[in-house]
Ligand binder design. Structure first.
Ligand SMILES: [Zn+2]
Length: 224
Protein backbone atom coordinates (compact mmCIF):
# COMPACT_ATOMS: atom_id res chain seq x y z
CA UNK A 1 0.00 0.00 0.00
CA UNK A 2 1.34 3.44 -0.80
CA UNK A 3 0.46 4.80 2.62
CA UNK A 4 -1.32 3.49 5.66
CA UNK A 5 -3.16 6.26 7.45
CA UNK A 6 -5.22 4.61 10.15
CA UNK A 7 -7.65 5.87 12.74
CA UNK A 8 -8.56 3.66 15.70
CA UNK A 9 -11.98 4.23 17.21
CA UNK A 10 -13.47 2.54 20.24
CA UNK A 11 -14.53 2.96 23.86
CA UNK A 12 -12.08 2.96 26.76
CA UNK A 13 -11.07 -0.62 27.55
CA UNK A 14 -11.70 -1.84 23.99
CA UNK A 15 -8.08 -2.86 23.41
CA UNK A 16 -7.27 -0.04 20.97
CA UNK A 17 -4.03 0.81 22.76
CA UNK A 18 -2.79 -2.79 22.66
CA UNK A 19 -3.59 -3.14 18.96
CA UNK A 20 -2.18 0.31 18.18
CA UNK A 21 1.16 -0.74 19.62
CA UNK A 22 1.12 -4.01 17.67
CA UNK A 23 0.35 -2.22 14.43
CA UNK A 24 3.15 0.20 15.16
CA UNK A 25 5.57 -2.75 15.45
CA UNK A 26 4.17 -4.67 12.46
CA UNK A 27 4.05 -1.77 10.02
CA UNK A 28 6.80 0.46 11.44
CA UNK A 29 4.44 3.41 11.62
CA UNK A 30 4.24 6.06 14.32
CA UNK A 31 1.39 5.53 16.78
CA UNK A 32 -0.12 8.77 18.04
CA UNK A 33 -2.36 8.69 21.08
CA UNK A 34 -3.77 12.21 21.49
CA UNK A 35 -2.87 12.63 25.16
CA UNK A 36 0.73 11.59 24.48
CA UNK A 37 1.06 13.94 21.51
CA UNK A 38 -0.16 16.91 23.52
CA UNK A 39 2.20 16.09 26.37
CA UNK A 40 5.08 15.71 23.89
CA UNK A 41 4.30 19.08 22.25
CA UNK A 42 4.30 20.72 25.68
CA UNK A 43 7.56 18.99 26.61
CA UNK A 44 9.23 19.97 23.33
CA UNK A 45 8.08 23.55 23.85
CA UNK A 46 6.71 24.00 20.31
CA UNK A 47 4.58 27.09 19.73
CA UNK A 48 1.39 25.02 19.75
CA UNK A 49 2.67 23.13 22.76
CA UNK A 50 3.07 26.43 24.62
CA UNK A 51 -0.50 27.37 23.73
CA UNK A 52 -1.80 23.95 24.80
CA UNK A 53 0.09 24.29 28.08
CA UNK A 54 -1.65 27.57 28.91
CA UNK A 55 -5.02 25.83 28.71
CA UNK A 56 -3.84 22.75 30.58
CA UNK A 57 -2.27 24.82 33.37
CA UNK A 58 -5.60 26.57 33.88
CA UNK A 59 -7.34 23.20 33.97
CA UNK A 60 -9.25 24.07 30.78
CA UNK A 61 -9.86 21.75 27.84
CA UNK A 62 -7.44 22.31 25.01
CA UNK A 63 -9.52 23.80 22.15
CA UNK A 64 -10.02 21.91 18.88
CA UNK A 65 -7.90 24.21 16.73
CA UNK A 66 -4.88 23.70 19.00
CA UNK A 67 -5.28 19.91 19.04
CA UNK A 68 -5.79 19.87 15.27
CA UNK A 69 -2.65 21.98 14.84
CA UNK A 70 -0.61 19.59 16.99
CA UNK A 71 -1.94 16.53 15.11
CA UNK A 72 -1.27 18.31 11.81
CA UNK A 73 2.39 18.85 12.74
CA UNK A 74 2.71 15.13 13.45
CA UNK A 75 0.98 14.00 10.26
CA UNK A 76 3.31 16.21 8.20
CA UNK A 77 6.45 15.04 10.02
CA UNK A 78 8.95 12.93 8.00
CA UNK A 79 8.46 9.85 10.22
CA UNK A 80 4.78 9.78 9.19
CA UNK A 81 5.53 9.87 5.46
CA UNK A 82 4.49 6.22 5.01
CA UNK A 83 1.51 6.58 7.30
CA UNK A 84 0.45 6.85 10.92
CA UNK A 85 -1.92 5.38 13.48
CA UNK A 86 -4.17 7.84 15.33
CA UNK A 87 -5.86 6.90 18.61
CA UNK A 88 -8.17 9.28 20.44
CA UNK A 89 -8.47 11.68 17.52
CA UNK A 90 -10.75 12.67 15.89
CA UNK A 91 -13.39 12.59 18.60
CA UNK A 92 -16.00 14.71 16.86
CA UNK A 93 -17.21 15.24 13.29
CA UNK A 94 -15.73 18.76 13.44
CA UNK A 95 -12.30 17.32 14.20
CA UNK A 96 -12.74 14.68 11.49
CA UNK A 97 -13.53 17.38 8.92
CA UNK A 98 -10.49 19.39 10.00
CA UNK A 99 -8.29 16.31 9.67
CA UNK A 100 -9.80 15.57 6.25
CA UNK A 101 -9.04 19.11 5.07
CA UNK A 102 -5.46 18.83 6.35
CA UNK A 103 -5.00 15.49 4.55
CA UNK A 104 -6.48 16.90 1.33
CA UNK A 105 -4.01 19.75 1.44
CA UNK A 106 -1.17 17.25 1.72
CA UNK A 107 -2.63 15.19 -1.13
CA UNK A 108 -3.21 12.28 1.22
CA UNK A 109 -6.24 10.53 2.63
CA UNK A 110 -7.40 8.38 5.51
CA UNK A 111 -6.93 4.70 4.55
CA UNK A 112 -9.31 3.18 7.07
CA UNK A 113 -11.08 3.80 10.36
CA UNK A 114 -11.05 0.69 12.55
CA UNK A 115 -13.95 0.58 15.01
CA UNK A 116 -13.46 -1.72 18.01
CA UNK A 117 -16.90 -3.10 18.82
CA UNK A 118 -17.18 -3.93 22.51
CA UNK A 119 -20.47 -3.71 24.36
CA UNK A 120 -20.81 -1.59 27.49
CA UNK A 121 -21.15 -4.53 29.90
CA UNK A 122 -17.86 -5.94 28.68
CA UNK A 123 -16.12 -2.58 29.14
CA UNK A 124 -17.47 -2.34 32.69
CA UNK A 125 -16.25 -5.90 33.33
CA UNK A 126 -12.78 -5.09 31.99
CA UNK A 127 -12.29 -1.68 33.62
CA UNK A 128 -14.45 -2.23 36.71
CA UNK A 129 -12.43 -5.28 37.76
CA UNK A 130 -9.19 -3.33 38.05
CA UNK A 131 -7.62 -2.97 41.47
CA UNK A 132 -4.80 -0.50 42.02
CA UNK A 133 -2.35 -0.48 44.88
CA UNK A 134 -2.52 2.77 46.86
CA UNK A 135 1.21 3.16 47.32
CA UNK A 136 2.82 2.38 43.96
CA UNK A 137 -0.03 2.09 41.47
CA UNK A 138 0.53 -1.61 40.69
CA UNK A 139 -2.51 -2.88 38.79
CA UNK A 140 -4.39 -6.17 39.17
CA UNK A 141 -7.70 -7.49 37.87
CA UNK A 142 -10.13 -9.51 39.97
CA UNK A 143 -10.85 -11.80 37.02
CA UNK A 144 -7.91 -11.69 34.61
CA UNK A 145 -4.97 -11.08 36.95
CA UNK A 146 -6.08 -11.55 40.57
CA UNK A 147 -3.68 -10.84 43.46
CA UNK A 148 -2.68 -13.84 45.60
CA UNK A 149 -4.43 -12.35 48.63
CA UNK A 150 -7.60 -10.39 48.09
CA UNK A 151 -7.15 -6.64 48.55
CA UNK A 152 -3.35 -6.83 48.95
CA UNK A 153 -0.68 -5.95 46.38
CA UNK A 154 1.52 -8.96 45.47
CA UNK A 155 4.45 -6.70 44.72
CA UNK A 156 4.64 -4.24 47.59
CA UNK A 157 2.04 -5.43 50.10
CA UNK A 158 -0.01 -2.19 49.97
CA UNK A 159 -3.78 -2.08 50.06
CA UNK A 160 -5.62 -2.46 46.72
CA UNK A 161 -8.42 -0.04 45.90
CA UNK A 162 -10.86 0.69 43.07
CA UNK A 163 -9.76 4.01 41.56
CA UNK A 164 -12.52 6.57 41.01
CA UNK A 165 -12.05 6.19 37.24
CA UNK A 166 -12.75 2.46 37.54
CA UNK A 167 -16.01 2.75 39.48
CA UNK A 168 -18.92 1.32 37.48
CA UNK A 169 -21.06 4.51 37.44
CA UNK A 170 -18.04 6.59 36.38
CA UNK A 171 -17.31 4.08 33.59
CA UNK A 172 -20.97 4.13 32.48
CA UNK A 173 -20.87 7.91 32.39
CA UNK A 174 -17.70 7.89 30.24
CA UNK A 175 -19.36 5.33 27.96
CA UNK A 176 -22.49 7.49 27.59
CA UNK A 177 -20.30 10.42 26.56
CA UNK A 178 -18.35 8.21 24.19
CA UNK A 179 -21.50 6.95 22.44
CA UNK A 180 -22.99 10.41 22.18
CA UNK A 181 -19.86 11.82 20.52
CA UNK A 182 -18.88 8.79 18.50
CA UNK A 183 -22.19 7.92 16.85
CA UNK A 184 -22.08 10.85 14.39
CA UNK A 185 -18.40 10.08 13.73
CA UNK A 186 -19.24 6.45 12.93
CA UNK A 187 -21.88 7.56 10.40
CA UNK A 188 -19.50 10.15 8.97
CA UNK A 189 -16.78 7.60 8.20
CA UNK A 190 -19.27 4.93 7.25
CA UNK A 191 -20.73 7.28 4.60
CA UNK A 192 -17.23 7.70 3.21
CA UNK A 193 -16.80 3.92 3.02
CA UNK A 194 -13.85 4.04 5.41
CA UNK A 195 -15.32 2.35 8.47
CA UNK A 196 -14.15 -1.20 9.29
CA UNK A 197 -15.65 -2.93 12.31
CA UNK A 198 -13.65 -5.37 14.38
CA UNK A 199 -15.08 -7.54 17.16
CA UNK A 200 -13.16 -6.23 20.17
CA UNK A 201 -14.50 -9.00 22.42
CA UNK A 202 -12.22 -11.57 20.80
CA UNK A 203 -8.81 -12.47 22.20
CA UNK A 204 -6.20 -9.75 21.45
CA UNK A 205 -4.30 -12.15 19.17
CA UNK A 206 -7.41 -12.76 17.06
CA UNK A 207 -8.32 -9.05 16.97
CA UNK A 208 -4.81 -8.39 15.66
CA UNK A 209 -5.17 -11.08 12.98
CA UNK A 210 -8.47 -9.64 11.79
CA UNK A 211 -7.07 -6.14 11.52
CA UNK A 212 -4.11 -7.41 9.49
CA UNK A 213 -6.53 -9.36 7.26
CA UNK A 214 -8.67 -6.31 6.58
CA UNK A 215 -5.59 -4.21 5.80
CA UNK A 216 -4.43 -6.93 3.38
CA UNK A 217 -7.82 -6.78 1.66
CA UNK A 218 -7.55 -3.00 1.32
CA UNK A 219 -4.12 -3.41 -0.25
CA UNK A 220 -5.45 -5.92 -2.78
CA UNK A 221 -8.33 -3.63 -3.67
CA UNK A 222 -5.89 -0.78 -4.18
CA UNK A 223 -3.79 -2.86 -6.55
CA UNK A 224 -6.75 -3.94 -8.71
ZN1 LIG B 1 1.96 -2.33 44.97
Amino acid sequence: MSELNLILLGPPGSGKGTQGERLQDDFRLPYYATGDILRAAVRDGTELGETAKEFMDRGDLVPDEVIIGVIGERVEAPDAADGFILDGFPRTVGQAEALGAEMDELGRGVTAVVLFDVDDDEVVRRLGGRRTCVKNGHIFHVEFDPPKHEGVCDICGSRLIVRDDDKPDVIRNRLDQYHEKTKPLVSYYSDQGLLKRVDGKLEPEEVGNRIRALLATLKMEEEL
